[in-house]
Write a protein that binds this ligand. Structure first.
Ligand code: FES
Length: 174
């Protein structure tokens, strides 16, 4: 699943490319450089991985191997509606993995990815602190408790309908 970079991101990448020269060509700089880039772009696209590999004289797969080892790095931009499925113990025993699978199937992306239109991203998270509502899914800031696989489609449809309504309202005011 690939996500196209926006013009602003491409511009930012070019700036990063020239500022990267300020970092020592030292393998010990790999993590700080990746963190610095992620702070600028919110994720690490393949272009960034290649750029860092070239700067540190490593192969892109070496850089990717290190980056994927750490949970802090993202390889897709955050979606407009980030979906966080809790897989903490209380949620897990109540079938959270099936809920996660359903989101993945309905949106045709895997956990950690973002839809090509950048509307949705899926992430698995550890306990979000409301185990009494297990299984729990967060859609943006909204907590959806007592989730069930059968509610997945409804949640996605609701977000899509809300968007349609907003767009119609906007057109009506033009
Ligand atoms: S385990 Fe999911 S909210 Fe605690």
């Amino acid at each position: 699943m690939e996500v196209e970079l926006s013009a602003a991101e491409l511009e930012q990448i070019e700036k990063i490319r020239s500022e990267l020269k300020g970092f020592k060509k030292d393998r010990g700089q790999l993590i700080p450089i990746l963190q610095w880039i992620q702070n600028r772009l919110a994720f690490l696209p393949p272009e960034a991985i290649e750029m860092v590999a070239e700067h540190l004289d490593l192969s892109p797969s070496e850089v990717l191997g290190v980056a994927t080892f750490y949970n802090q790095f993202r390889f897709f931009p955050p979606g407009e509606h980030p979906i966080k499925v809790c897989l903490g113990t209380a949620c897990h025993v109540k079938g959270a993995d099936i809920i996660l699978e359903n989101f993945e199937r309905k949106l045709a992306i895997r956990e950690g990815e973002t839809t090509p239109d950048r509307r949705f991203s899926i992430e698995r998270v550890a306990c979000v602190g409301c185990c009494a509502l297990a299984p729990v899914t967060l859609m943006g800031e909204t907590v959806h408790g007592h989730m069930a696989p059968s509610k997945v489609e409804g949640l996605i449809t609701r977000v899509n309908i809300e968007k349609e309504v907003k767009e119609r309202e906007k057109k009506a005011h033009v």
